[in-house]
Design a protein around this ligand. Sequence first.
Ligand code: SAH
Ligand code: MG
Length: 198
Amino acid sequence: MKETIFQMERYAEANNIPIIELDSIKFIMKYIKLNNVKSVLEIGTAIGYSAILMANATESVEITTIEKDEKRYREAVKNVNACGLDKRIEVVYNDALEVNLAGHSYDLIFIDAAKGGYIKYFEKFCNYLNPGGVIITDNLKFHGLVKNKSSIKSKNLKGIVDKIEKYIEFLDNNKDYVTKYYDIGDGLSVSFKKNNEK
Ligand code: SAH
Ligand code: MG
């Protein structure tokens, strides 16, 4: 397991795959443990790094993770199997916006796919959140660029940063959720569903 995790870190580095930062995954693992999270839905598997570490938070947490890139999906399945976690991690090969999860629900939803899709993922997947559950989103600082927009030269990058800003605005204006932001790793948010029943 340790060896596989180390290899994944090297593979990600060599192939420019944006895996989660150590402090961020530690925060999520702690959250899983302290809140007795039983089920996680992850949007954006890449090679399975964060899914495998989340599965290591406790002995019983089960993860469903969605990846649309075939090569990364295959790599993730290989890594999950190498860690002996195939009973607790299901890797789904599809575009998250196409997946049908009818009948399923989760204690924690982790959004970590294409930054431009964050609002859409939130709007779709919040319907699959268990009572008391949370939605955690990664990369809200986007390597510090969100607070430093004037320094960005590339139009593409600027577009992504605009979308992250819109997502933060969307969270702040969302009447059904309370969101807390954490200056950990590349910036994390934790959104709790408000209990609107009187
Ligand atoms: N959670 C991973 C990193 C994910 S990187 C980790 O920390 O280890 C983001 C991944 O999301 C990429 O592999 C990309 O292919 C995938 N992705 C982007 N848009 C997607 C979508 N609409 N549906 C599924 N996967 C998507
Ligand atoms: Mg990320």
